[in-house]
Design a protein. Structure first.
Length: 141
């Protein structure tokens, strides 16, 4: 393969990856389906389980002061940044990982973020809920 063939192949692969990314983003932003059903490999949830998983009301969002609503994203970003600092320092500063190629360490760092981001979001929500519960109990007494 000469240089132009490799360049054309690389451009085709990048175009294909971009097309797939746009396609999956559209699907992800589209209407959510409650279950994939049998075709998705899972049994559809029972009506009782669906009723219990009702979306949270936005009334609590409106009644909360701005500072309490700001806690969720701030804690999420702080945990994400701290986690990334630990991940990347561990991947690139630990002596026994110096023999691993940097591309593989980068891939591991990116995949670690797939677990870190949901953890940070959940922690931010949990922190906000605990503050709201403590605030409501403080007002009740």
């Amino acid at each position: 393969m000469d240089r132009t063939d490799r360049l054309i192949l690389l451009m085709l692969l990048v175009a294909f990856a971009a097309w797939r990314l746009v396609r999956f983003l559209r699907l992800g932003l589209g209407k959510r389906h409650p279950a994939l059903g049998i075709a998705g490999g899972w049994m559809p949830p029972s009506s009782e389980a669906t009723a219990e998983v009702a979306p949270e009301s936005s009334d609590s969002d409106r009644s909360s002061p701005f500072t309490i609503r700001l806690v969720d994203p701030l804690v999420t970003v702080a945990i994400w940044l701290a986690g990334n600092l630990v991940i990347w320092l561990a991947l690139f500063e630990v002596p026994f990982l110096q023999t691993v190629p940097p591309a593989l360490r980068g891939i591991v760092g990116i995949f670690a973020n797939f677990y870190l981001i949901p953890f940070a979001r959940h922690s931010g929500r949990r922190c906000r809920q605990r503050i709201e519960i403590a605030r409501s109990q403080g007002q009740a007494h």
